[in-house]
Write a protein that binds this ligand. Structure first.
Ligand code: FES
Length: 102
């Protein structure tokens, strides 16, 4: 089996789950499957990133791009623009004073 090129870590901790984290995770898996990418891009659930006020949160690696307040309707755009075309969806990037995306 090939090594995945990217990972999408989707938080399904309590606060993110209340805001649709499980649906978000399912949507990523479905869209990646539709695009024939499920072996190249792996989706994994994470318990909590300790950034619960920004729920639901997802992080794309290896580029360490953080997304916040993402919902299932955003997933196609993230997959097509970011994971396929390499351009993060700036409107959904996580922002904090000292975070990875200031
Ligand atoms: S529950 Fe998702 S960041 Fe804490």
């Amino acid at each position: 089996m090939p090594v995945p090129e990217r990972h999408v870590f989707v938080c399904t901790g309590d606060d993110c789950r209340k805001q649709g984290g499980k649906k978000l995770c399912k949507a990523f898996k479905e869209v990646l499957d539709d695009r024939g990418l499920k072996r190249r891009i792996k989706v994994l659930e994470v318990d909590c990133f300790d950034q619960c006020a920004s729920a639901p949160v997802a992080i794309v690696y290896p580029d360490a791009t953080w997304y916040a307040k993402l919902d299932a309707e955003d997933v196609e755009e993230v997959v097509d623009r970011h994971l396929i075309a390499g351009k993060p969806v700036t409107a959904k990037l996580y922002r904090r004073a000292h975070g990875p995306h200031k």
